[in-house]
Design a protein around this ligand. Structure first.
Ligand SMILES: [Zn+2]
Length: 465
């Protein structure tokens, strides 16, 4: 079977044919690291980690690059507000990002490039665009000459004329045409800046992805992905920059994940419904959040609420229960021959159904339905008086394989007694330090693992619930 991918450029599902046989070069736009990530950032992280898993499962050698924007207006503003410098803030939130997405089951990219470490590459890219006549300097700024790039608008399906109507030159911009966009911005007084042929300044936002994708993956990549909100202008501008420079197709397939709503409303700072992953995973199993994100097709909008998350947890627990029951059943099962073939065939059919759904533009929503069917069949099977060890093993194996593609595990997290003791000591120390947040977090985590703490005058006692 071949994999089909919905390509935003053609607005249809296309058969996936990589540039080089057996290899996939994939670039995903990463976050601007000025705060903890919100669940809108978590969706592309989870979705494209799953896409990567599935491509690997399908036999491809995947090279995966995802950037951090560690210099931009938001970071400069945060630095001013907090009285810290930009690199300190960026480093803090890069670490926080890894903590959050690791909890969500996402693996690190092969490379996570940052703007700061790629300044020379970016400056060279801008210089080359000026040489080719696609960019021009204007009082220390550099702009891309959008009209010169004939196919501008092809990704977001807009014509230059339509775009012209909505565009204007803002105060302080030194561009020749309202559609032109900044590749380099001259530094304002006191701002972090780098030397360049156009004076001290910093890159515009779009140029970093063009420069870094080319540096780490080459002129043409297989899959370029990100949130739907990035399609215009960010990805449109990336295409213009890259293709103007190389004359080659920048990315063969463009994938975009849909929006997240919170309680049926658009997430926005002004509505005060900004949900940070960091906060959610204090109170919920991060796996449940991942399961929730994958329970809707990645291109569709998804609605987050506490209630939905609770329901998702209950559903996920049903799978876990089946899986745990199978494991308990393993020991009491014997070697039977009678009805094995029928069950083994059933399991293998469900395996094929799962891959069929994933081949169809990574339909994780339907793939999850197949997992529930597998659980249902396993439950039926365990109702039989005598069960066969081999069939039980096959069920367990299949559960492990299919959930691992989705980045999930049905194994119970268990802590050794020593680990529990260590956490209790950490909690005692946190309370001494009056760090009640940490103390509560430890208690919640243990509670989640069914370990109950009892604070007595003689100290903290614990038991497994
Ligand atoms: Zn980007």
């Amino acid at each position: 079977m071949t994999i089909k991918i919905y390509n935003t450029v053609s607005r249809q599902k296309e058969e996936f044919i990589p540039i080089e046989e057996g290899k996939v070069k994939m670039y995903v736009c990463g976050p601007t690291v000025y705060n903890y990530i919100h669940i809108g950032n978590a969706r592309p992280a989870i979705v494209f980690d799953t896409v990567r898993n599935y491509l690997k499962f399908s036999g491809y050698d995947v090279k995966f690059v995802s950037n951090f924007t560690d210099v931009d207006d938001k970071l400069i503003k945060a630095a001013k507000e907090l009285g810290e410098d930009v690199p300190t803030i960026a480093e803090r939130f890069i670490n926080a990002y890894f903590e959050d997405v690791t909890a969500l089951g996402c693996k690190k990219a092969d490379k996570h490039p940052t703007v700061m470490e790629n300044m020379d590459t970016i400056i060279d890219f801008v210089s080359a665009l000026i040489e080719k006549g696609y960019a021009y300097e204007s009082e220390g700024d550099v702009y891309f000459r959008t009209r010169k790039f004939d196919t501008y608008g092809k990704l977001s399906h807009q014509s230059i004329d339509e775009l012209r109507i909505g565009s204007r030159i803002e105060v302080g911009e030194r561009k020749q045409d309202a559609l032109d966009f900044a590749l380099w911005k001259t530094a304002k007084e006191g701002e972090i800046s780098w030397e360049s042929p156009w004076g001290n300044g910093r890159p515009g936002w779009h140029i970093e992805c063009s420069a870094m994708a080319q540096k780490y993956l080459g002129d043409t990549i297989d899959i370029h992905a990100g949130g739907q909100d990035l399609a215009f202008p960010h990805h449109e501008n990336e295409i213009a920059q890259s293709e103007a420079l190389t004359g080659k197709t920048f990315a063969k397939y463009w994938m975009h994940n849909g929006y997240i709503n919170i309680d049926n409303e658009k997430m926005s700072k002004s509505l005060g419904n900004f949900v940070l992953v960091h906060d959610i995973i204090q109170h919920h199993d991060p796996q449940v959040l991942r399961f929730f994100m994958l329970s809707v097709h990645y291109r569709h909008p998804i609605n987050y609420s506490e209630e939905v998350l609770e329901k998702t947890k209950a559903a996920f627990d049903r799978l876990k229960t089946s899986f745990q029951n199978l494991k308990h059943r393993l020991d009491s099962s014997a070697g039977l021959a009678d009805s094995n073939d029928l069950w083994l065939k059933k399991i293998s059919e469900l395996h094929d159904e799962f891959t069929r759904e994933m081949d169809d533009d990574f339909n994780t929503a339907n793939a999850i339905s197949v997992l529930f069917e597998l659980s249902k069949q396993a439950n039926y099977y365990m109702m039989e008086k005598n069960t066969d060890q081999h069939v039980i093993e096959k069920f367990i194996e299949e559960f492990k394989l299919l959930t691992s593609i989705l980045g999930l595990t049905l194994e119970e997290e268990t802590l050794l007694d020593e680990e529990i003791e260590a956490l209790i000591q950490q909690r005692i120390q946190a309370r001494k330090d009056r760090n009640f947040k940490l103390s509560d977090d430890i208690r919640d985590r243990l509670k989640h693992l069914n370990i109950i703490l009892e604070d007595t005058p003689q100290g903290t006692r614990w038991k497994r619930g």
